[in-house]
Design a protein around this ligand. Structure first.
Ligand code: CAO
Length: 466
């Protein structure tokens, strides 16, 4: 039996740090880099990895013990491995490297790249299958446990984080639990795995307690406090035909739901006089009939939107924590109705394209969207979206913002309306514009200005050149 002592590797400046969690028990078969214990200083907590694979024969530490570099944590029998390999000579990391790579400081709240790829896999189209809508952006993460953006100075160690070890943070992240909502029962209020489990149970049973210990009943301001979804036996009331939701519907539905719930939406409704623009469009289409390119209202809308985004840059932005990221590029998404559900192809660099090119590109993309042939990258990177229901009908509607964008334009069916010109009512073709905006970023007055400006551009398209 090859017995090997497992010791605390070089953990930098940390000395005599307290063991706050023991993650293994004697008899466990350990693999290299598996976390053994969690230690905590007054600044950070980190997990100590195992340097050798094997069966843990004895454990030399318990919660509350103080450890430093070189402290023996236990003994493994290296002959008793279940598929776990001891670190080979080439792959050996120095204890320092190991400690650094495996010691997850409290900033482990930010999903690791592996976790990130898992969460984006959940919204990325597997090869050979129908692509996914931009509404299901690959940037959509699973709900993270807590914000780790408050790194102080040059230190890597964030402050103001809920007090929990990396493994508990990971556990919470996997369950989508916000650690800020969990009350810690450990020393100094540290949140343990049991606390997280207890929180999940209480949420499931509808009796979840807030950090202050109060039951989160309706109106407590914690969570959504929603009633469970009604369970109805529809067949009791008449014949039914249950059909599973399409993959796109499931993913876009989840994203729409998140966007609707998380973004404070307000919709500004306005109208544009497009009498002259429609006359121009019809005229140009007549002239270009032989070329087979149909100039669409959507193409003009895209150009007008870009001009408005230039004038009101906060509409071409995204919230990133406490920063507003203003974009210098103009990629515009448009909602396309497909047999499998809603997708949002994104046209790149609309500012650099003419209306003819945009009409060609959008109709080609819409066609491929309906055939399920768009690649995920063609549905990413949008700055602003347009949802045009004008070819179908309706007067106004409330489009849902396509996060992380901050605004979306809904366009309904144009109609001839009598408009007072100061002397008489004249028939004008009027286009309804519904601009939904994220009120965290955009004020109501700015939205009204944006929409009014858009209306002016569409009424007199020459203004685009100004
Ligand atoms: N008012 C009146 N008529 C309009 C119009 C408007 N705002 N916009 C387009 N039309 C007319 C066009 O003139 C055209 O008529 P003709 O066939 O007589 O020439 C017809 O509607 C089709 O227009 P189009 O070819 O320009 O296509 P479009 O721009 O209407 O649509 C696309 C393209 C991809 C936006 C559309 O196919 C689509 O999928 N729309 C649905 C979007 C959607 O689902 N939004 C909701 C998202 S939130 O749930």
């Amino acid at each position: 039996m090859a017995q090997i002592e497992i010791k605390v590797p070089d953990i930098g400046d940390f000395k005599e740090v307290e063991v706050i969690e023991v993650l293994v028990s004697p008899g466990d078969v350990l693999s290299v880099e598996q976390s053994l214990i969690t230690v905590e200083s007054d600044k950070a907590s980190m997990e100590i990895p195992c340097s050798h694979a094997g069966k843990l024969i004895s454990l030399a530490v318990k919660v509350g013990d103080k450890v430093s570099e070189g402290t023996v944590l236990g003994v493994v029998d290296a002959d008793a491995q279940e598929g776990a390999k001891e670190m080979g000579a080439e792959g050996v990391k120095s204890p320092t490297e190991e400690a650094v790579s495996a010691a997850s400081f409290a900033s482990a709240d930010t999903p690791s790249s592996a976790e990130k790829s898992t969460s984006s896999e959940a919204v990325s189209a597997p090869a050979g299958t129908a692509p996914l809508p931009t509404l299901a952006t690959a940037s959509a993460p699973t709900v993270v446990a807590a914000s780790a953006s408050s790194a102080s100075g040059s230190s890597n160690i964030p402050t103001n984080l809920p007090h929990a070890s990396p493994s508990v943070r990971k556990f919470a992240r996997e369950l989508g639990v916000d650690l800020n909502q969990v009350k810690g029962s450990g020393p100094k209020g540290r949140i343990t795995q049991l606390d997280v489990q207890g929180y999940v149970k209480s949420v499931m049973s509808g009796t979840n307690a807030s950090p202050s210990g109060q039951a989160a009943s309706a109106g407590s301001g914690v969570g959504l406090d929603l009633l469970p979804w009604p369970q109805v036996d529809f067949a009791k009331f008449g014949p039914i035909d249950p059909k599973p939701l399409s993959r796109i519907k499931k993913i876009s539905g989840a994203n729409l739901h998140r966007n609707w719930v998380m973004i404070p939406h307000v919709t500004n409704n306005d109208e544009a006089d497009i009498t002259d623009l429609e006359a121009l469009r019809v005229q140009l289409n007549k002239e270009n009939e032989k070329a087979g390119i149909k100039l669409t209202m959507l193409a003009f809308l895209m150009k007008a939107v870009v001009a408005a985004l230039r004038k009101f840059p906060e509409f071409n932005a995204s919230i990133d924590g406490e920063t507003l990221v203003l974009k210098k590029y103009f990629h515009i998404g448009f909602a396309a109705d497909t047999p499998n559900g809603l997708v949002v192809p994104v046209v790149r660099d609309v500012d650099q394209k003419g209306v003819m090119d945009l009409a060609t590109e959008t109709s080609e993309m819409a066609k491929r969207a309906r055939e399920g042939k768009l690649s995920p990258s063609e549905m990413q990177g949008g700055c602003f979206s347009i949802s045009s229901l004008g070819g179908i009908g309706g007067t106004h509607f409330t489009p849902i913002i396509n996060a992380p964008e901050v605004a979306i334009l809904g366009v309904s069916k144009s109609a001839m309306k009598p408009v007072w010109n100061g002397k008489e009512f004249v028939p004008r073709l009027t286009l309804p514009l519904s601009l939904s905006y994220d009120h965290r970023v955009i004020d109501g007055a700015a939205a009204a200005r944006f929409n009014a400006y858009l209306g002016q551009l569409l009424s007199d398209f020459r203004r685009i050149a100004l």
